[in-house]
Design a protein around this ligand. Structure first.
Ligand code: HEM
Length: 390
C-alpha cells in the first residue's frame, strides 16, 4: 500500500512537472536551440536598433502592433498574416505600423537559425528592444519566449477610441489582465506615438453632443489641439502627439500620467483614467515615477501571456506574413489552434475569449480614419495566405 502511494506521488510529481514546463513560456527559451550558439535575441536587437537609429517612431509602432496582436487571438503573430481576410486589412488595424520591422527581424533570424523562432516571439522581443532603446537602455524588462504562431487571422474586435474606463477594465479583465496592467499598458503605450484628429474631434467641438468641448480638457490643450485639428478641412490625416511633452514624445515614460493629471491627455479614456476611482490612485503614483519601469515591464509580460500557443500548438512560420502549409507536420489543425487560446500562464489562465464584451463590439474604431477598408468580418477560421516556399 505504502509502495503504491509512493508510486502515485512520484507519478503525480512527474506529471505536474511536465505540466508546468512543457510548452510553457520562459525567459531565454531559445538559448541552446540554434547551432553555433547563435543568440536570436541579439539578432532581433540588431535589426531594431538599426531601424530605431533612423526612425524613433518605431517604438510606438511596435508597442501598438504588440497590443493589437495580443488582443486578437492572443499573442500568436496572427496580425502579421497577409490575405483578403487578414487582421491587417481590418479597419481597426488600418493605421498599425511596423510589420516590415518584424519581417526584417524574422528574415535575419531565419538566416542564422531557421525554423525555430516564432514571429509572435519576435514581436515581443522587438517591442521590448524598442522600448529599451527609447530610454537609452536605462531600463529594460525580460521577455518570456516560447510562443508559437497562429494559423488563422482573428476577429479584430479591439477597444474603440471612445471606450470608458469601466468598459476598458472589463475588456482587459476578459483577457486575464488586471486594472493595474491596464493602467500601466495604457500609460506606457500612450506615452509615445500619435493619434489622428478624427479620434478627438468630439472632445474638441462636440463632447457628448453638447456642442461644447470636453470640460475635462485643459483650456491650454484645447487651444493647441483646435489649431491642429480645425473643425473643417482636410484634418483627418493630421496627427497629434499622444504625449504633449515634446521632450518625451518618443520616450516610454510616465509623462502620460503627469499630462493626464494636468488634464492634458489626448484620448478620452486616457483623461478619464486620472479621474476614475479605480485608476486615479495608480495614475497619481505613476506620475511620481514610483516603480514605473518595473510595473510597466510586468504589465507587458502579462500582456505577452494572453492566449499564447505553446508546445505543439500552431506552428513556427517560415515567413511572418504567410502561414506554412499544414502538411509540414509542425502544425495542428486550424480549428484546434483557434480554440487553444488559453495560456499555460497565470495571467491568461482565465482567458479563452478573443472577443471584447459588447461594450466594444459596435465600434472598433482605433483605425486610421483615412483607411477605407471594410471592417474585418473574420468570424470563421479562414487560413491566411500560404507560404509557397515552405
Ligand atoms: C482601451 C485601450 C486602448 C484604446 C481605446 C486605444 C486607442 C488608441 C487610438 C484611438 C490610437 C490612435 C490611432 C490612430 O490615430 O491611428 C492609439 C494609438 C496608439 N496606441 Fe492605443 N489604445 C488602447 C490601448 C493601447 C495599449 C494597451 C497600447 C500598448 C501597450 C497602446 C499603444 C498605442 C500606441 C503606441 C499608439 C500610437 C501608434 C502610432 O504612433 O503609430 N494602446 N490608441
Amino acid at each position: 500500500m505504502k509502495v503504491l502511494a509512493t508510486l502515485a506521488l512520484v507519478l503525480g510529481l512527474i506529471l505536474l512537472n511536465i505540466g508546468t514546463c512543457f510548452g510553457d513560456l520562459h525567459v531565454g527559451f531559445y538559448k541552446g536551440k540554434c547551432t553555433n550558439r547563435v543568440d536570436v535575441e541579439v539578432i532581433v536587437r540588431g535589426v531594431v536598433t538599426a531601424r530605431f537609429n533612423r526612425d524613433h517612431s518605431i517604438v510606438a509602432a511596435l508597442l501598438r502592433l504588440y497590443f493589437h496582436d495580443c488582443f486578437v487571438n492572443g499573442c500568436d503573430g496572427s496580425i502579421l498574416i497577409d490575405g483578403p481576410n487578414s487582421e491587417k486589412k481590418a479597419s481597426p488595424n488600418g493605421s498599425v505600423r511596423g510589420y516590415d520591422i518584424i519581417n526584417e527581424a524574422k528574415a535575419a533570424v531565419e538566416r542564422e537559425c531557421p525554423g525555430v523562432v516564432s514571429c509572435a516571439d519576435i514581436i515581443a522581443l522587438a517591442t521590448r528592444d524598442a522600448v529599451a532603446l527609447s530610454v537609452g537602455w536605462r531600463w529594460k524588462y525580460d521577455v518570456e519566449t516560447g510562443r508559437r504562431d497562429g494559423l488563422v487571422p482573428g476577429n479584430v474586435d479591439l477597444p474603440p477610441s471612445r471606450i470608458t474606463v469601466s468598459q476598458s477594465i472589463q475588456v482587459f479583465a476578459n483577457k486575464g489582465l488586471t486594472v493595474t496592467d491596464m493602467v500601466m499598458l495604457l500609460g506606457g503605450g500612450h506615452s509615445v506615438g500619435f493619434t489622428h484628429c478624427s479620434f478627438i474631434m468630439d472632445r474638441l467641438y462636440n463632447f457628448n453632443n453638447t456642442n461644447k468641448p470636453d470640460p475635462n480638457m485643459s483650456p491650454f490643450l484645447l487651444t493647441t489641439l483646435r489649431s491642429r485639428c480645425p473643425p473643417t478641412g482636410a484634418r483627418d490625416n493630421q496627427e497629434v502627439d499622444l504625449d504633449q511633452n515634446p521632450f518625451s514624445a518618443f520616450v516610454v515614460d510616465p509623462s502620460y500620467y503627469q499630462q493626464s493629471m494636468m488634464r492634458r491627455a489626448i484620448l478620452s479614456v486616457d483623461q478619464e483614467l486620472a479621474m476614475h476611482p479605480e485608476t486615479r490612485g495608480l495614475v497619481a503614483s505613476m506620475a511620481r515615477w514610483s516603480g514605473f519601469p518595473e510595473q510597466f515591464g510586468a504589465a507587458m509580460t502579462n500582456l505577452g501571456r494572453v492566449g499564447v500557443l505553446t508546445g505543439n500548438q500552431g506552428q513556427v512560420r517560415n515567413r511572418c506574413n504567410l502561414v506554412n502549409p499544414i502538411t509540414t507536420g509542425n502544425s495542428t489543425p486550424a480549428i484546434a489552434n483557434k480554440a487553444s487560446t488559453s495560456s499555460t500562464t497565470a495571467a491568461a489562465a482565465n482567458n479563452t475569449s478573443t472577443n471584447a464584451p459588447s461594450a466594444t463590439t459596435n465600434s472598433a474604431s482605433t483605425s486610421a480614419p483615412s483607411n477605407g477598408a471594410a471592417n474585418n468580418a473574420n468570424t470563421s477560421p479562414v487560413l491566411g495566405d500560404i507560404n509557397p516556399m515552405a
